[in-house]
Design a protein around this ligand. Structure first.
Ligand SMILES: [Zn+2]
Length: 468
């Protein structure tokens, strides 16, 4: 199936029914744009994190991981510019009380209008001049546009005054930037070096979500490379391609990935590019952003904190503030892209109208590597013994309910690459004079072909086929 033939509704239904992703707080009717990862979704997400960590931290020179607190000194967000300007232009419909982003209203009314280049006043005038109707009730009766800061704000301690306001971080990056001098010193780092971090961030957005594509709480895998000014553009190009290769190696094919270079740049950026993936229903959507942030961040932190953020070049004896090339990977969006890409419906037998749903996840990121199936419940002891042994090395499960065919289909639907069947030949039958062959049948999810493998070689076989 092409991604354009798939629908997000089917992906959402599979995620809910098979334990990947549930609506947040579901028994209370949910909470808009929040989602909980179920047992299989959590494993998939962790496997993606492990793959990222291996590629970005373990395999690279001079690459360090940190785990900074979500709560930071509020001065950080003044220095970063988030307190002053990280906001959406919002207005309310006076008739039905629904809230909208002014730029979205205009873009949906006329995609050629380019609301992103308009001031608040220009947007208001445009909406009025064209009598843009409320998308919910169809009337035209809006409030003024107000700037609504996207940071989640809370209060520290017992007093509820402005001085105790703190924020849930709206991005991870500042946790890496403020730790630049600590990593530089403690790890005796030399430029260029990188600080990576996997962690949650929060944005109080009202835009409807498209499942886990846009959520108010989300997880990012971030990679910040500190370099000598002048080396930045080469590194920027390098990390764009490095990111794209990472996605292809995870299983997203080249034809469903593209670069989107930004023409309009954020105030801190010298160059910016997204990697986009072709999602079903949603269309092309950003899953990674790479930015050349120059010395903006460290200069601002030097100014606001009063601490020196410069670097003494040991080769030239020059002092300068390093440039930063940032590459950010949306973890939730990456997981969603992998699920969308993997989803497939295959006609097994057209005459019988037999269609199987299968997730063609790469074995290395599949939540479960092998499902152990006793052909008969009488073979349960042997199969369970095998499960327990394999579970020391792989994430495996055990299924003895229903026909073998039904069990294969259940495994296909959650992307388990191998089914291992224990049958009567495995254990033999002394009464009938059948010797045990001490072997099992392995069935491949994608080709549905089967091979007989001795139990003594099973662990090595799976290691080879599942990958590290
Ligand atoms: Zn309305």
């Amino acid at each position: 199936m092409n991604n354009s033939e798939k629908t997000m509704d089917k992906i959402v239904a599979l995620c809910k029914n098979r334990g990947f992703i549930f609506a947040g707080s579901e028994i209370y009717g949910g909470l808009a744009n929040t989602w909980d990862y179920g047992p299989l979704g959590t494993r998939l997400k962790n496997n993606v994190k492990d793959a990222w960590r291996k590629r970005f931290i373990q395999e690279r020179h001079n690459s360090f991981e940190v785990d900074a607190d979500i709560l930071m000194n509020p001065r950080v967000w003044e220095a970063s510019g988030h307190v002053g300007s990280f906001s959406d232009p919002l207005l309310d419909c006076k008739e039905c009380k629904m809230r909208f982003r002014a730029d979205n209203l205009i873009d949906e009314f006329d995609p050629e209008a380019h609301a992103d280049g308009m001031s608040k006043e220009e947007m208001f005038d445009y909406i009025k001049a064209h009598s843009i109707p409320c998308p919910n009730c169809g009337k035209h009766n809006f409030t003024d546009i107000r700037e609504f800061n996207l940071m989640f704000q809370t209060y520290r301690g017992v007093t509820n005054d402005a001085k105790s306001v703190i924020y849930l971080r709206p991005e991870n990056a500042q946790g890496e930037y403020v730790n630049y001098p600590n990593v530089l010193r403690s790890m005796r780092a030399k430029l260029p070096f990188s600080i990576g971090q996997i962690g949650k961030a929060f944005r109080n957005e009202i835009t409807p979500g498209n499942f886990t594509f846009r959520t108010i709480e989300f997880e990012q895998m971030e990679f910040q490379t500190f370099c000598k000014p002048g080396d930045d553009l080469e590194l920027y190009e390098y990390f764009k391609n490095y990111g794209r290769q990472f996605y292809e190696d995870l299983g997203l094919p080249a034809e469903n990935l593209r670069f989107h270079d930004h023409e309009k740049l954020a105030h801190y950026a010298k160059a910016a590019c997204d990697i986009e993936f072709l999602f079903p229903t949603i269309g092309w959507g950003e899953i990674n952003g790479t930015h050349d942030r120059t010395d903006f961040d460290l200069s601002r932190h030097q100014e606001y904190s009063g601490q020196k953020m410069d670097y003494l070049d040991p080769y030239t004896n020059e002092r300068y503030i390093p440039y930063i090339v940032e590459s950010t990977y949306g973890l939730d969006r990456t997981v969603l892209a992998l699920l969308c890409q993997a989803y497939d419906e295959e006609v097994v037998d057209a005459e019988k109208n037999d269609v199987r749903v299968v997730l063609h996840l790469k074995p290395s990121i599949a939540p479960i590597k092998a499902s152990i199936l006793p052909l008969s419940k009488k073979l349960g002891d042997k199969a369970m013994e095998l499960r327990d042994e394999l579970a020391k090395h792989f994430m495996v499960d055990y299924d003895d309910t229903g026909s073998i065919g039904k069990r294969y289909r259940r495994a296909d639907e959650i992307g388990t690459p191998y089914c291992v069947t224990v049958d009567f030949d495995t254990v033999g039958d002394p009464e009938k004079g059948i010797e045990p062959d001490n072997a099992v049948t392995i069935r491949d999810r994608d080709t549905m072909e089967q091979v007989r493998v001795p139990i003594s070689e099973l662990r090595a076989w799976l290691t080879e086929h599942v990958g590290a």
